[in-house]
Design a protein around this ligand. Structure first.
Ligand SMILES: *Cc1c(COP(=O)(O)O)cnc(C)c1O
Length: 217
């Protein structure tokens, strides 16, 4: 689907549910995509991208940033503490802060590096064993811990279980954010971004609908 059509569908949904047009930002998820597809989207003027692996991002984005000024890069995959420094140097937003050890490492490195990316906390709304993220019942406490470390958490992020109605998870994430005074909500992917907009997403993360199916071979 052309980028312009995705943006139009986001705006149509914002209008339908009475939100301000443009209040949902699009993160184009470029993981695994061939470089020419990513460059094509950059040439269309889009600048906000998401990657789920530090190593993969390190292999393409420094060069793309030089060619296309103004890129805003989001880390949307799990982050190991031993890659935190590299991630903090590569990404503008880390959406996957999900445990005290990682929060402590980021706080220490922020002091050392003199800068810190914008931070979101990932919430495991479906309480799935195999999925990263803080459990809903633990989020308020974890946010307090982050605050005590001097970290500013701007947003919450979730990936709903594949076999459940995503709107329920989006609504839960919005509720947790509201009671903690958190403004940004990263939720919604290719198959459900309009439902996320309806539930108040401020960022949607769309990959295959923009770039085509990912080829993992
Ligand atoms: C891959 C990925 C997406 C994009 O998924 P699509 O279904 O291709 O839109 C969004 N969020 C996360 C965390 C991802 O890993």
């Amino acid at each position: 689907m052309p980028l312009t059509e995705i943006i139009q569908r986001i705006q149509d949904e914002e209008t339908r549910v009475g939100r301000a047009p443009g209040s949902t930002k699009l993160v184009a998820v470029s993981k695994v995509q061939p470089l020419d597809r990513v460059v094509a989207v950059l040439e269309e003027g889009h600048r906000r991208f998401g990657e789920n692996k530090v190593q993969e991002a390190a292999g393409k984005w420094p060069e793309l940033r030089d060619r296309f000024p103004g890129v805003e890069l989001h880390l949307i995959g799990p982050l190991q503490t031993n890659k935190a420094r590299q991630a903090m140097e590569l990404f503008d937003v880390i959406e996957t802060v999900d445990r005290p050890k990682l929060a402590k490492t980021i706080a220490r490195l922020a002091d050392e590096l003199g800068h810190c990316p914008r931070l979101f906390v990932q919430v495991n709304t479906g309480e799935e064993d195999q999925k990263a993220g803080v459990l809903p019942a633990d989020v308020d406490g974890f946010l307090a811990e982050c605050r005590d470390l001097g970290l500013t958490i701007e947003g919450l992020m979730c990936i709903p279980p594949v076999d459940e109605e995503p709107s329920l998870h989006f609504a839960l994430l919005a509720k947790i954010a509201a009671r903690n005074g958190i403004a940004e909500l990263s939720m919604g992917m290719s198959s459900d971004f309009e439902r996320a907009v309806a539930q108040g997403a401020t960022y949607v993360r769309v990959g295959s609908a923009i770039f085509g199916e990912r080829d993992y071979d």
